[in-house]
Design a binder for this molecule. Structure first.
Ligand code: AMP
Length: 195
């Protein structure tokens, strides 16, 4: 049983938290490009040094850099055997095309794309709260607004691509953590994707 999922949503939609819960339930690893970049920045690696200024400003890391990271990670045996839950990738049309090609080379494709829908004001409030708790260096007010703008112009449109393919599940991202997890499970259950 291989389950390949993607969770998409604006920053502050709770996709990181929900992604972990869903991945755990399906026994698949979370592949979060944001987490990979943060770990590299923290560890002072060559990649970390290369992307720190970009992520701090709320800009997107170049597609070739990000694509290589994702294809390396998805080529590892746990992801090949069990599948994965992607969080934060793909984020634009070029990345969708890259992922399509990569998965096609394995004879695979995404089983479902979960879109967490949260109004912009709610996203801003949640990220601002997280900024005080976690102290992420890219959670300044200007960077938050910039990241949400990029989400709206570059990332939100990819949902339409997946909707046309019939794999998109739109989930109301406002509610308690448990309510939202249950909504996601219900949508995946309806697709016959078993836990
Ligand atoms: P996230 O935790 O997903 O919000 O990612 C944090 C930051 O990492 C983003 O603001 C980008 O600078 C960078 N990043 C993460 N995923 C991607 C991606 N798919 N493409 C480009 N940059 C990314």
């Amino acid at each position: 049983m291989t389950t390949r999922l993607l969770i998409v949503g604006p920053q502050g939609s709770g996709k990181g938290t929900q992604g972990v819960r869903v991945a755990e339930a399906y026994g698949i690893p979370v592949v979060s490009t944001g987490d990979i970049f943060r770990a590299n920045i923290k560890g002072g690696t060559e990649l970390g040094l290369k992307v720190k200024a970009i992520t701090d400003a709320g800009n997107l890391v170049p597609d070739d850099v990000t694509g290589e990271i994702v294809s390396d990670r998805l080529s590892q045996s746990d992801a090949v055997d069990a599948g994965f839950l992607l969080d934060g990738y793909p984020r634009n049309a070029a990345q969708v095309a890259y992922l399509d090609d990569f998965l096609a080379s394995q004879g695979a494709s995404l089983d479902a794309v979960i879109l967490l829908e949260v109004p912009r004001a709610e996203s801003v409030a949640r990220i601002t709260e997280r900024a005080t708790i976690e102290g992420r260096s890219d959670d300044t007010e200007a960077a938050i607004a910039h990241r949400l703008d990029i989400y709206e112009t570059e990332t939100a449109p990819i949902a339409e691509t997946y909707a046309r393919r019939g794999v998109l599940d739109r989930i109301d991202g406002v509610g308690s953590l448990d309510q939202i997890t249950e909504r996601i499970f219900a949508a995946l259950d309806a697709r016959g994707i078993v836990r």
